[in-house]
Design a protein around this ligand. Structure first.
Ligand SMILES: Cc1ncc(COP(=O)(O)O)c(C=O)c1O
Length: 395
């Protein structure tokens, strides 16, 4: 089309999550299961909005809500709160933090600024669909790796390094969306050592959107310590999001955390990211940043207590679904923790057939590459009961 620059994709935007969530909302049948929604819902099926966060947010003066942030980089107090809350003093290397428009914004900054035009980015074979869209947006290709086989990721990173100046690999862990895998500290240690052996710069983009729903909050961040072992050819970008952590999806607040061995490189990266922020969204929601800062500084225990109840609920939901799935012999991707459990399907034709049968039985879930995602984060226990058996009938 002559109004658009070359390479623009004017095809209708199709997002499976929104499409099937919309279909589910229109279905009024009694036995409907809506397993599409990737947000935390309570046992009444209502969206959870943490009181410990929104009370602080609601009490902010209008002028704080109206105001621009103090800089495109983000408010100083917010950046410090992100550092304290996310990293917990585990990183000894230089760190810079830029506020971003949710986790999406942090990931965007990496996709926009790190790979050269035409480069390939490594993403999980079964993954959050937005990585692929972001790659396209910035003229990048993707290489899919098996998240259950680190050697596959390492081999594909090595291969890509032979063709391009640097390689970026997206690792969505802990609580991978959609499979629920969490890599261990040993896994990250191996990755870092093997990446260091590659004679080109390697960047790990660690998407931690769901980290705060790990079932083992005493150890879920231990793996961060392995980031201290990177060399000058490696960089870590952590994409942090308030969306799930604070149940504040619509406030569009998050951060990109840059970790490098060298201070100067770190500062240079932060400058690039700050300019991107200013050009893309100007600045981040001042009230969201202020509320986060206040919660982490003065109300952290209350917030952690409230969040813990929902982690318990996620545990109960996953245990029920997994035990019934075992009895029903339902094929699943190995699940550790998190918002989603994914049915394993050998190819996408079979997936579409099964998905169609599920829709006919009023079960709404999201098709993903070689799988169908079940959002246990939003299904009440009562509705999970018997679900695996119903799903099995569609296989
Ligand atoms: C894997 C993953 N990463 C990042 C995000 C980013 O979310 P937001 O931009 O709302 O922070 C999501 C949201 O669904 C996600 O599922």
């Amino acid at each position: 089309m002559y109004f658009l620059k070359e390479g623009s994709d004017s095809a209708e935007f199709k997002d499976n999550v929104f499409k099937y969530a919309d279909m589910a909302a229109k279905d009024k049948s009694e036995n409907k299961i809506n397993a599409t929604i990737g947000s935390l819902c309570d046992e009444d099926g209502q969206l959870v909005a943490f009181k410990s966060f929104f009370k602080i947010y609601d009490d902010l003066p209008d002028t704080i809500k109206a105001k621009y942030a103090s800089a495109p980089k983000g408010n100083e107090g917010y950046l410090k709160a992100v550092k304290d809350f996310v990293l917990e003093d585990k990183i000894t290397l230089p760190i810079s933090i830029n506020a971003a428009s949710g986790g999406t914004g942090a990931i965007t900054m990496a996709f926009k600024n790190i790979p050269d035009f035409g480069d390939s980015v490594l993403i999980p074979e079964t993954a959050w669909g937005n990585y692929e869209l972001m790659a396209k947006e910035y003229g990048l290709k993707t290489i899919k790796y098996d998240i259950y086989d680190l050697d596959d990721l390492i081999a594909k990173t090595k291969e890509a390094a032979q063709r391009q100046k640097r390689v970026m690999a997206v690792i969505n862990s802990p609580c991978h969306n959609p499979c629920g895998l969490s890599l261990s500290k040993d896994d990250f240690h191996k990755l870092i050592e093997d990446f260091k052996a590659i004679p080109k710069p390697v960047i790990i983009l660690n998407d931690i959107a769901y980290i705060d729903y790990s079932f083992d909050l005493d150890h879920n961040k231990d793996y961060l310590e392995t980031f201290n072992d990177i060399d000058d050819k490696m960089m870590i970008i952590i994409a942090f999001s308030l969306s799930k952590t604070m149940t504040s999806y619509g406030l569009r607040c998050g951060a990109g955390i840059i970790i490098t061995k060298d201070e100067k490189t770190n500062e240079a990266m932060a400058n690039v990211f700050e300019k991107s922020s200013r050009a893309l969204w100007s600045n981040i929601n001042n009230a969201a940043m202020t509320a986060f800062e206040k919660v982490i500084k003065d109300h952290k225990e209350e917030f952690l207590k409230e969040k813990a109840q929902y982690i318990e609920l996620l545990k109960k939901r996953s245990e029920l679904f997994l035990s019934e799935a075992k009895t029903a012999d339902l094929p699943l991707y190995p699940y550790d923790e998190g918002f989603f459990i994914t049915l394993k399907v050998k190819d996408n034709e079979t997936r579409d057939l099964i998905h169609e049968r599920l829709l006919n039985d009023h079960i709404y879930a999201v098709p993903v590459n070689k799988g169908i995602r079940i959002a246990i984060c939003s299904i009440p226990l009562e509705k999970i009961k018997g679900l695996a058996q119903r799903i099995k009938k569609a296989f």
